[in-house]
Design a protein around this ligand. Structure first.
Ligand code: PEP
Length: 260
């Protein structure tokens, strides 16, 4: 983590909390996490909680992210929510999460369309990429990372690339909660270097070096400091531990401590 750059700590609450529970939980976080210029805390609740939470949050303290949306702006798409419907409530959008890729069969084309839709609506895309256990076993980690980046960024221009955040989330490390499956610093260092190499090659060295690259995969307050100390990692995307106030607040404190 380079000290002059902003650190992002993102809470992916997934399909947890009713709007009432999300509001109470946010209230607990509000009392414990003070605004910081160097550490941006982003909360990603369920779609149904975005509107009420957007009225409750202090935007200097927290920003909101959508976990999902449909890429068309409006139309006959029963059951879907467009990014243009969400943009008044959120500043960021998580795109390409492995649960969307592998449970809901989102294609690379869907993901590229979503990145373009987020940018078109002035939201910051948080593009998630990462290899499966099988790809890693078969020595295809670099190929998987390069192809997800090339496909996901297909529509992104040179002007827009610096607006994105990339989250490296190896699929085998997500929700594993087992030390044996934890990603090792060397794996993450290698992956962030691959991301920066690809972006440098396509968009230029400056943005390749400066684009925020986060890590996600079973991070908790015990492991956060180690991951944040990897040079080239600019923050964390946190699932399970973000649902536990003590753990999440401790992670934010660690990130702030490393910036002071
Ligand atoms: C995630 O879903 O993005 C994630 C990192 O989850 P967890 O922290 O639970 O592994």
């Amino acid at each position: 983590m380079t000290s002059t750059r902003k650190t992002y700590i993102i809470a992916n609450w997934k399909m947890n909390f009713t709007p009432g529970e999300a509001s109470l939980y946010l209230h607990r976080l509000e009392g414990r996490i003070k605004p910081s210029r160097n550490v941006q805390v982003i909360l990603a609740p369920s779609t149904v909680s975005l509107q009420p939470l957007s009225l409750q949050i202090n935007r200097r303290q927290f920003k909101l992210a959508a976990q999902n949306f449909y890429w068309r702006d409006y139309g006959a798409f029963t059951g879907e929510t467009s990014v243009s419907q969400l943009r008044g409530f959120v500043d960021y959008a998580i795109i390409g999460h492995s649960e969307r890729r592998y449970i809901f069969n989102e294609s690379e084309e869907d993901i590229a369309n979503k990145v373009a839709a987020a940018l078109r609506n002035n939201l910051i895309p948080i593009l998630c990429i990462g290899e499966t256990a099988m790809e890693r076993r078969d020595g295809e980690t670099a190929a998987a990372i390069y192809s997800q980046l090339a496909n996901g960024l297909h529509e992104v221009s040179k002007e827009d690339i610096s607006k994105l955040i990339i989250a490296y989330e190896p699929v085998w490390a997500i929700s594993s909660n087992k030390n044996a499956h934890a990603a090792k610093p060397a794996d993450i260092d290698e992956a962030q270097a691959l991301v920066r190499k690809h972006i440098s090659k396509v968009y230029g060295k400056g943005v390749g070096e400066s684009i925020p690259v986060l890590y996600g995969g079973s991070v908790d307050h015990l492991s956060a400091g180690g991951y944040l100390s990897i040079e080239g990692i600019d923050g964390l995307l946190i699932g399970g531990a973000s649902l536990i106030a003590d753990s999440f607040c401790a992670i934010v404190e660690i990130a702030k401590g490393m910036k002071s």
